[in-house]
Design a protein around this ligand. Structure first.
Ligand code: G1P
Length: 289
């Protein structure tokens, strides 16, 4: 079967990042760096690798650094060129004219609301959603793996990863049906089920390929877990009406919305780097005795 291509990706980046204060007082949390690259760039590169052409940021006040990051940095580039320095580290970040698109959420009403804010830009085609807090490392990347599976099954596809049972109240949790390799049929998806009530430990890690019908559901928003308009609740309404699968990524996930997860990402990615890996390894070994 051939399905409409996934050409657009929505990045909800309006969050305040209160868990990382004071670092995020005047800096967007998506600009926190893992080794030498901001979180948002990892997510954008993951989308581009998957064939996405249109990057859509749902943003808010105080996020100017994000916009500048993907633009020309005239003074920096000119000075570096003048000094004969390589521009390799920043080449390729700048997007083509007209991309990214920036839209404002205006009010922090929840992830479902943030995604709905992109409805006019998304239009009538399937689209991806990537939460940049979740850093995914794999070859190919998470979204590229999902797009490949999507080309086979169509419909809606959401990331599906196991977490320890005691953590299920922090995430969207899938009730799984039949399993076919990395694909799991989704029977139900529940946002942050109360402790002890989760039907599995399969969580949705912030990677989605959704059909545009989800926007029509979000036209009539309902408040869910935490009093927020939840994306999970809206997409759950498509189960049974359209194909709906979970996709289990082969690769590594780092929850960079959490301080320990963020440090873990920095350590793991630093250790994997040929330039600084050996020095970091020596240092970490000494530190741990
Ligand atoms: C959001 C989603 C949740 C998902 C999680 C992944 O929750 O609502 O379904 O499992 O991201 O990190 P949040 O972390 O914004 O509370």
């Amino acid at each position: 079967m051939t399905f409409k291509r996934v050409r657009k990706a929505v990045f909800p980046v309006a969050g305040l990042g209160t868990r990382f204060l004071p670092a995020t007082k005047s800096m967007p949390k998506e600009m926190l760096t893992v080794v030498d690259k901001p979180l948002i760039q990892y997510a954008v590169e993951e989308a581009l690798e998957a064939g996405v052409e249109q990057i859509i940021f749902v943003t808010g006040r105080g996020k100017g650094a994000l916009e500048d990051h993907f633009d020309v940095s005239y003074e920096l580039e000119d000075t570096m060129r003048g000094r004969g320095k390589s521009l390799a580290a920043i080449e390729g970040i700048r997007q083509k004219p007209g991309s990214p698109v920036y839209i404002r959420q205006q009010e922090p009403l929840g992830l479902g609301h943030a995604v709905w804010c992109a409805r006019e830009i998304v239009g009538d085609e399937p689209f991806a959603v990537l939460l940049p807090d979740e850093l995914m490392v794999g070859a190919p990347g998470f979204l590229a793996q999902m797009v490949k599976a999507y080309e086979r099954v169509g419909g809606n596809l959401i990331g599906a990863l196991e977490v320890p049972p005691e953590d299920t109240d922090k995430y969207g949790i899938i009730t799984p049906g039949g399993i076919d390799g990395p694909l799991t049929e989704v029977l139900e998806v529940i946002e942050k089920p109360a402790k002890g009530t989760a039907k599995s430990n399969l969580m949705t890690p912030g990677r989605y390929i959704l059909q545009p019908e989800v926007m029509r559901i979000l036209d009539n928003p309902v408040k869910g877990a935490g009093g927020e308009i939840q994306l999970t609740d809206a997409m759950a309404q498509l189960i049974g009406k359209q194909p709906f699968h979970g996709y289990t990524f082969s690769g590594d996930r780092y929850d960079c919305g959490d301080k320990a997860g963020f440090i873990q990402a920095n350590l793991a990615l630093a250790l994997a780097r040929p330039d600084i890996g050996p020095a970091v390894r020596g240092f970490a070994e000494r530190l741990l005795g």
